[in-house]
Design a protein around this ligand. Structure first.
Ligand code: ADP
Ligand code: MG
Length: 236
């Protein structure tokens, strides 16, 4: 669906070649479901951060994104909101299997993302789970086939791809590579390559990284298709 923005006076606007361009400054200016909007509101999220202003309209429109922004800039919602909206628009149910996959470098970061997802996804009926190791593999394997949204660390994810017959990612809609620079710094390059080979090519991919190193650029070339480049460098 094409992005349409409400044009109320509370939004930002800009003259661009004589054409008035309106842009969203709040979540309720964006074309998102009430389910998501109310949950965001309940969690105290109203104004968009700089990266969210730039990247959310693109993410919601289905674009691939290469996002660069420092830690603490609000990247989590920049990918969680498009995931929820995409699956919601598709009427995704538990029968549809894995719709979105978020890869995070560490268990701690994965758990943080999961906590945010629990809050902003609370009005939806999607199943979500963590695949981060440290837990019983068999137990994870048993649950993994029923998940709509998975948050995973690279090593454990690949282990399930190789060993869990129930793990089916053939219908995956959205892939997120969060903190890509850290994933690569930790030596997961080949693991990520192997994971990418297992995923359907037709998908949306959102790649976020605090820094744009050469290896991040290489990963971007491998995983993204005609990405929008979104960078935010705030003065502190
Ligand atoms: P990053 O992933 O870029 O490091 P996070 O997504 O973890 O950043 O967000 C950093 C902090 O900012 C979190 O505490 C989060 O709750 C808060 N935050 C994110 N987006 C917003 C927003 N739109 N309004 C207010 N706080 C926000
Ligand atoms: Mg983050």
């Amino acid at each position: 669906p094409r992005l349409t923005l409400k044009t109320t006076t509370s939004q930002g606007s800009q003259k661009n070649n004589g054409v008035q361009v309106y842009y969203a400054t709040q979540f309720n200016h964006l074309p998102i479901s009430r389910r998501t909007l109310y949950a965001l509101k309940d969690s105290g999220y109203q104004q968009l951060t700089a990266i969210q202003k730039k990247a959310l309209p693109l993410g919601l429109r289905g674009n691939d994104i290469l996002g660069a922004a420092r830690t603490g800039s609000g990247k989590t919602l920049t990918f969680l909101v498009p995931i929820l909206e995409h699956l919601w628009r598709m009427d995704w149910t538990s029968w549809d299997g894995l719709g979105a996959l978020i890869i995070s470098p560490t268990r701690e970061l994965a758990m943080q993302i999961f906590q945010v997802l629990r809050k902003v996804g609370k009005n939806h009926c999607f199943s979500a789970g963590l695949v981060i190791g440290g837990k019983d593999f068999e137990e994870e394997r048993e649950r993994i086939g029923r998940m709509n949204i998975l948050i995973a660390t690279p090593g454990r994810l690949l282990q399930h791809m190789d060993q869990s017959t129930d793990f089916d990612c053939s219908r995956l809609q959205i892939l997120v590579l969060d903190e890509a620079d850290q994933i690569l710094d930790m030596g997961f390059q080949r693991t990520i390559d192997a994971i990418l080979r297992n995923l359907p090519k037709q998908r949306q991919t959102l790649l976020f990284s605090a820094t744009q190193t050469r290896s991040v650029q290489a990963l971007a070339r491998l995983s993204l298709e005609e990405p929008e480049y979104v960078a935010v460098y705030e003065k502190t």
